[in-house]
Design a protein. Sequence first.
Length: 118
Amino acid sequence: MKILAKAAIAAAIFMAAGPALAADPMASAYGNTVLITYADGTEVKIYVDEGGSYSGESPAGQSAGSWAISGGKTCFTQQSPEATPPSCSATVNKNVGDSWQSTGQGGAPVTVTIVSGR
């Protein structure tokens, strides 16, 4: 189940929406899907909610937890199905429709895409 917590590292990289949404850098994620795709085709979906919670799903199952931004970093902390330490990365500018390369679980290369809708 740790795949979702580790995938959150990749998801966290996008957590700013640009100048128009500077007051809430997570706004581009609300109501949308952060799709993380590993080289083998495995997909992890992260659903970021306003107010500091998230849920996720992968072939390993579902998870849920909290997120927070502090000191230029976005951190995801999985609380279920098992608690994990926070996964943090730098906050940068990404919007719905953006796709980029990042690092997922175990340092694996992943493609992260913010997809419109859930």
